[in-house]
Design a protein around this ligand. Sequence first.
Ligand SMILES: *[C@@H]1O[C@H](CO)[C@@H](O)[C@H](O)[C@H]1NC(C)=O
Ligand SMILES: *[C@@H]1O[C@H](CO)[C@@H](O)[C@H](O)[C@H]1NC(C)=O
Ligand SMILES: *[C@@H]1O[C@H](CO)[C@@H](O)[C@H](O)[C@H]1NC(C)=O
Ligand SMILES: *[C@@H]1O[C@H](CO)[C@@H](O)[C@H](O)[C@H]1NC(C)=O
Ligand SMILES: *[C@@H]1O[C@H](CO)[C@@H](O)[C@H](O)[C@H]1NC(C)=O
Ligand SMILES: CC(=O)N[C@H]1CO[C@H](CO)[C@@H](O)[C@@H]1O
Length: 244
Amino acid sequence: MERLTSSFMSSFFVWAILVLDLVLKASGNQEGDALNALKSNLLDPNNVLQSWDATLVNPCTWLHVTCNSDNSVTRVDLGNADLCGQLVSQLGQLTNLQYLELYSNNLSGKIPEELGNLTNLVSLDLYLNNLTGPIPTTLGNLAKLRFLRLNNNTLTGGIPMSLTNVFSLEVLDLSNNYLEGEIPVNGSFSLFTPISYQNNPGLIPPKNAPSPVSPTPPPASSGLLMPVLPLLLLYADSNFSLSY
Ligand SMILES: *[C@@H]1O[C@H](CO)[C@@H](O)[C@H](O)[C@H]1NC(C)=O
Ligand SMILES: *[C@@H]1O[C@H](CO)[C@@H](O)[C@H](O)[C@H]1NC(C)=O
Ligand SMILES: *[C@@H]1O[C@H](CO)[C@@H](O)[C@H](O)[C@H]1NC(C)=O
Ligand SMILES: *[C@@H]1O[C@H](CO)[C@@H](O)[C@H](O)[C@H]1NC(C)=O
Ligand SMILES: *[C@@H]1O[C@H](CO)[C@@H](O)[C@H](O)[C@H]1NC(C)=O
Ligand SMILES: CC(=O)N[C@H]1CO[C@H](CO)[C@@H](O)[C@@H]1O
């Protein structure tokens, strides 16, 4: 009788643990599924994603993934990892993500507009890849973003005006792309210098910025300027064929 009870008890515990495991997998692993969707979309010649085992309860033990005390993902650190492929919209489900570091890989395709749902994001580093298409307007929703580096890709389209509302922005690098149109000057963009935008042949510098060479000399209000004027005109003459 006693043996029967104990064998019943132990099989009950095994059964209970199995059920609990299934329940946890079904309810708690949306973030693991999102990261696994990314993994499935990438070629990983150096096996840096080898520890990304989708059958675990959560992704918190995976290499290059960091979680908070609630087992929710706060960092994905995969810079310089030789990853090749495209980003996935599911990344937008990592609601506590603060750092998305995917710089210096071979990523192509578009930046998912769902990244605009990552309202806790502090740093979005996608520089040195082959990303195409526009900068999503939704990135203007990232009210905690401090670092936005998208340089050295093949991005096209305009700089979204929505980014001027991201007042937390400290570092912006959009250089070495194919962006076009006007560069915003207001809001958060009042901090940034041309270095943030250089080598985007289609970008139009802000209207109120001084142009490098002015064909009309400044008004000769100062006596000091007078002797320099003919020189200025001569200089202009060589490039603009002004008659003097
Ligand atoms: C990434 O691109 C570089 C340069 O084209 C190439 O040498 C490298 O093999 C590529 N890596 C992968 C994983 O495709
Ligand atoms: C982008 O792709 C081109 C070929 O499609 C390749 O030559 C270049 O190295 C790639 N750049 C990066 C940063 O992977
Ligand atoms: C995330 O963003 C996309 C597009 O920006 C939107 O359609 C979607 O409803 C958002 N998802 C959530 C869960 O907020
Ligand atoms: C970024 O692109 C520019 C222009 O093509 C190039 O000169 C520079 O070396 C690139 N940066 C890096 C870190 O490769
Ligand atoms: C900056 O100016 C544009 C219009 O030129 C406007 O849509 C945007 O809201 C402004 N941003 C801020 C932060 O005021
Ligand atoms: C100010 C300016 O653009 N000067 C250019 C005039 O043209 C010569 C040669 O074509 C350039 O070397 C100068 O930089």
